[in-house]
Design a protein around this ligand. Structure first.
Ligand code: GLN
Length: 512
């Protein structure tokens, strides 16, 4: 009995200690991964305790947030113990050694559930591990849970998760943003300092902005897509999410690079230098500001945060020029056509034959129809139908081919803009996190949440979302966009911006 009590107190004080380390880190502007690493390196913390602490936090808070789809306790403890062994050897300096992480539920992890936020793959167990996860594991990360997401990564709010919406840790009546809703909320709620999401048209940047954290969509190809469920393959990219840009850069440093299993993967020059981020000299930097209010009205309070960000950059030497992006006015339509076309083709593999749940009948066509009809959600069905329509004979040229041409034109016009600018800045979203249920029955209104995030995706260029203050108590994000393969300087720019500003911390989260 006595030992149990002691253990309980040990655990309690240890948890306080971890929270204290975190908090002290915030005050000193130290990134959460760096603060925890310090504790792990000094022997103050152990990887196992961090993993248990994360899982306990999830158990305590996630009933209200629903950021987690499946816990991976066994894997977490096993990996954490191995990390503790590596830590004791002292010579291992892997950047993520002992750091708990959460991964989006569309990334394969051998032997673990692989639900994709869908009923159709609810019980599917992954037979292999995605390259990005293998690389994170080699760097010592401890995956503790799989994150909730909109079904097959289609959505902007987290409400199309087949097992209930994710709630925003800043205000649980609001959405967390999607589709990487769980990854963003898990970081914002402090379950873990780092999470992986995926971004096809904004799915790490939008939830990142809504939850007050940073999120990065790299140049297409920088992170391998092997083992990530394909939604719209020509647009899908993995995206790291963390409160601080430094931790995102750490993630890129260990995950980037060519993967023989993904023929679209690229080498990112300078990725290994991201371990030690160097600030970018803002003097003489030319940043184009695209306000985006010609596309959709931007909330005044969001605008005010963006203006403050612009002033900070300007006061530190950057030259800000207002720009227009005429191609942005047809980016969303182009994205919707290409996205639905690719979705209709990619999702055809979920047919009850090879993957997941099946509704058994004695006729094959009937089985496929019933399986898909019963197990796929409304948004997935909508996109499959739309995509099949625009790929069908007679409509292919008018829709799909035209959208491909539009994408090309967008890419060329964005490339030209970067001849006279270093970076572009825009709000991530016209509004802050909205109320649960508000847009779920209005698909067009939901799609407009991506109006400012689809452009970099279509042009294959990197975009980094960082917190830029609060509007009516809710986080606002701005987005830095750079030319193709400017990922390293973009991260340095985001890092510099965070050095000059304060990242808001929610007091609501503390009381959850
Ligand atoms: N919200 C966008 C969509 O629903 C983007 C999704 C994503 O990036 N995965 O298509």
């Amino acid at each position: 009995m006595e030992t149990v009590t002691l253990k309980y107190f040990d655990r309690y004080f240890y948890a306080l200690h971890i929270e204290f380390k975190y908090r002290k880190g915030f005050l000193m502007k130290k990134s959460p991964v760096a603060s925890l690493r310090e504790g792990l390196d000094s022997g103050d913390l152990s990887a196992e305790f961090l993993a248990v602490h994360s899982i306990e936090k999830i158990n305590k808070m996630d009933g209200r947030i629903n950021a987690i789809s499946v816990e991976m306790r066994e894997l977490a403890i096993k990996t954490a113990r191995a990390a503790d062994g590596r830590l004791r050897s002292n010579s291992d300096k892997s950047p993520f050694l002992g750091i708990p992480v959460v991964i989006k539920d569309n990334m394969a992890c051998s032997g673990q559930y692989f639900q994709n936020g869908s009923k159709i793959t609810k019980k599917f167990i992954s037979p292999f591990t995605a390259t990005v996860i293998n690389r994170l594991l080699s760097a010592g990360a401890v995956p503790v849970a799989r994150a909730a997401m909109d079904e097959f990564a289609m959505g902007s709010s987290g409400e199309f998760h087949a097992f209930g919406p994710t709630r925003n840790p800043w205000d649980t009546t609001k959405v967390a943003g999607g589709s990487s809703s769980g990854s963003a909320a898990a970081v914002a709620a402090g379950y873990v300092p780092f999470a992986l999401g995926s971004d096809t048209g904004g799915s790490v940047r939008l939830p990142g902005a809504f939850c007050g954290i940073s999120a990065f969509r790299p140049t297409y190809g920088v992170l391998s897509r092997y083992g990530i469920t394909a939604m719209a393959s020509s647009l899908d990219q993995v995206g790291p999410m963390a409160r601080h840009v430094e931790d995102i850069a750490l993630g890129i440093s260990v995950m980037a690079g060519i993967d023989p299993n993904d023929s679209t993967s690229l080498e990112l020059q300078g990725a290994s230098d991201l371990v030690q981020l160097v600030p970018l000299d803002l003097k003489g930097l030319k940043i184009g500001y695209f306000a985006g209010d010609n596309l959709k009205a931007i909330q005044p309070a969001v605008k005010a945060c963006v203006s403050n960000a612009l002033e900070t950059l300007e006061a530190n030497g950057a030259e800000i020029v207002d720009i227009d992006l005429p191609c942005a006015s047809y980016a969303l339509e182009t994205y919707c056509l290409l996205n639905t076309a690719e979705v209709s083709s990619n999702l055809s593999r979920f047919d009850g034959i090879r993957y997941g749940n099946r509704v058994p009948t004695d006729n094959l066509a009937d089985m496929i129809a019933k399986t898909r009809n019963t197990n796929l959600g409304l948004e997935a069905k909508r996109r499959i139908l739309l995509g099949t329509f625009c790929l069908s004979k007679g409509h292919f040229d008018a829709y799909y081919l035209k959208a491909l041409r539009a994408r090309n034109a967008i890419t060329l016009s964005v490339m030209e803009i970067f001849n006279s600018l270093d970076f572009i800045l825009t709000p991530v979203s016209p509004i802050t996190a909205f109320t649960l249920g508000e847009k779920v029955t209005d698909p067009l209104e939901m799609y407009t949440m991506d109006i400012l995030t689809v452009l970099p995706a279509l042009a294959d260029i990197p975009a980094l979302a960082v917190p830029a203050g609060l509007a009516n108590g809710l986080p606002v994000g701005i987005q830095f966009i750079g030319p193709r393969l400017s990922d390293c300087s973009l991260l340095r720019l985001g890092y510099t911006f965070q050095q000059l500003t304060t990242i808001p911390i929610s007091t609501t989260i503390e009381s959850l």
